[in-house]
Design a protein around this ligand. Sequence first.
Ligand code: FE2
Length: 162
Amino acid sequence: MFAVPVNTVAAQEKSALRHPARVAVAYAASRDRWRHLLRYDADERYAVLIDRTDTDEIWLMSWLPGQGAPRHDHGDTSGAFTVVHGELTEVVLRRNAVQDAPPEINVLRSGQTRAFGPGYAHQVSNKGVDPAVSIHVYRYGGRTIRPYPADAAAARADGAAG
Ligand SMILES: [Fe+2]
């Protein structure tokens, strides 16, 4: 018998150090945590809070074909989202994008994840033919959603993008 050195035992993981993408993927895999909350709303994209921790809000969303979230940013919040079922199309919005540069468009399928930091802006929609389901993690600030761009002058300058 001998004592086990402390540095050979894995330290307990601190949830605040776990990347939001890992949190989203873990919730996506734990369907029993949210299966009973899943609904589809014929009028708009459906969203429900699954869980809240000291640092994170975890939301479940469902998207019928054609439904989407308008252009928005998440303020100072960072986070991630992962697609559980179906397909989501994300258009990344950059205030300082090179003029006439093509927009960054990401088509996310089941099992794919996007992470974002403060100030990130995008537009997300279901352009597929099947309903989509996704898990969203918002860290430090909760589910902050602001219209993008926030000010009218920027909206006029950006109007051509629709
Ligand atoms: Fe968003």
